[in-house]
Design a binder for this molecule. Structure first.
Ligand SMILES: [Mn+2]
Length: 349
């Protein structure tokens, strides 16, 4: 298949060594805006919503550097996102490390501009706070969103350190603002010591589906996939957020609040591949903290999961495109007519 836009193909590592040239996500082309794109990848170098060990502000830079290793075709499905969609890295959102609330506004505006230009957003954080402004922008277009949240923490506290906007409260705010529909919200991988025994009660009371790590290992991967699909549904708009601390710390040590006993790499890959056919309208990956993992093992994993997200978004765009296209029957009729005309012309010759 010819690529949708040959000028937007990533650097091909078969011909241009991986260590050469400027780093972008997955070696994609850089574009200064989302105009003309189907999918806009960007960084959100923000970590002033972190309550403890920061460093995720450096996540996008390290992820770009390590994403030189990503190739262009999915190993299992053979999907080639850069062939069927127009995809580029549009840089980072504006940020001001001395202004939390102002930066959240900037992130939201940046994402909203990309969406207005016609693109679906795929962001790399940044701490998990970034999901709130990103989802606000996506919900402006699609209404309240369903969501799969890979995470070890629920992020549905009311306040942390007396502050309402941070990486432990973002999804409580999203539900309160009707950006996120709690009935179509699945948390996956929740674990770790609690502040108090009722930490999860608010989310349960709202109707959030919480698959704790205990549930996860009891159910097994196929049942977990089926449950997520059932809750999100295939038609309504869904958002995918991956907090890298949902992964086991042996797989992803470089994150602010690691919780032992989490999801392993292979399990995460299989679950994400089980999410095809859903109506994904945006995605992010977050909480990669390079100062806590200068070797980049965490970023390396994050990039592979980001590629899975890119494939899910691509497939959802293809499905929406096919729905918008004329029905197959009329296309077949037109083709038949065309070939008849061609045949009669050939006869005339
Ligand atoms: Mn989180």
């Amino acid at each position: 298949m010819a690529p949708r836009d040959p000028t937007l193909l990533p650097l091909d590592s078969k011909y241009i060594p991986r260590f050469a040239q400027i780093a972008t996500f997955m070696r994609a082309q850089y574009r200064p805006s989302a105009a003309g794109l189907d999918i806009a990848m960007f960084g959100v170098p923000f970590d002033w919503g972190s309550s403890n060990r920061a460093g995720a502000r450096h996540g996008p830079a390290q992820m770009r550097e390590f994403s030189r290793l990503i190739r262009q075709v999915h190993f299992v499905t053979k999907m080639a996102p850069f062939d069927s969609c127009r995809i580029a890295d549009i840089g980072d959102t504006p940020v001001n490390p001395l202004d939390l609330m102002g930066t959240l506004k900037e992130i939201q505006k940046f994402a909203a501009d990309a969406i207005k230009a016609g693109a679906v957003t795929l962001a790399a954080g940044g701490d998990h706070t970034i999901a709130l402004p990103l989802m606000r922008a996506v919900a402006q277009k699609h209404g309240p969103l369903g969501m799969l949240q890979f995470d070890s923490h629920p992020d549905t506290h009311d306040t942390l350190l007396n502050h309402k906007y941070n990486h432990a409260t973002c999804f409580r705010r999203a539900i309160e603002e009707s950006v996120l529909d709690p009935k179509r919200h699945v948390m996956l991988g929740i674990r770790g010591t609690l502040y108090s025994p009722d930490d999860l009660d608010w989310a349960y009371a709202k109707g959030v589906t919480i698959i704790t790590i205990e549930d996860f290992y009891e159910m097994g991967v196929p049942k977990v996939i089926a449950k997520i699909r059932e809750v999100l549904g295939t038609n309504k708009p869904s958002y995918l957020t991956i907090d890298i601390d949902g992964m086991d710390p042996t797989c992803a040590p470089g994150t602010g609040a690691p919780e032992p006993g989490g999801i392993m790499t292979r399990e995460a890959q299989v679950i994400l591949r089980g999410m095809s056919g859903l109506n994904w309208v945006g995605a992010d990956i977050n909480e990669v903290s390079p100062p806590l993992d200068p070797m980049g093992q965490t970023a390396q994993l994050a990039n592979n999961l980001m590629f899975e997200e890119l494939c899910l978004l691509t497939e959802a765009i293809e499905r929406r495109r096919a729905k918008g296209a004329p029905k197959r029957r009329s296309t077949a009729k037109a083709a038949k007519k065309k070939s008849r005309t061609a045949r009669s012309r050939a006869r005339q010759r």
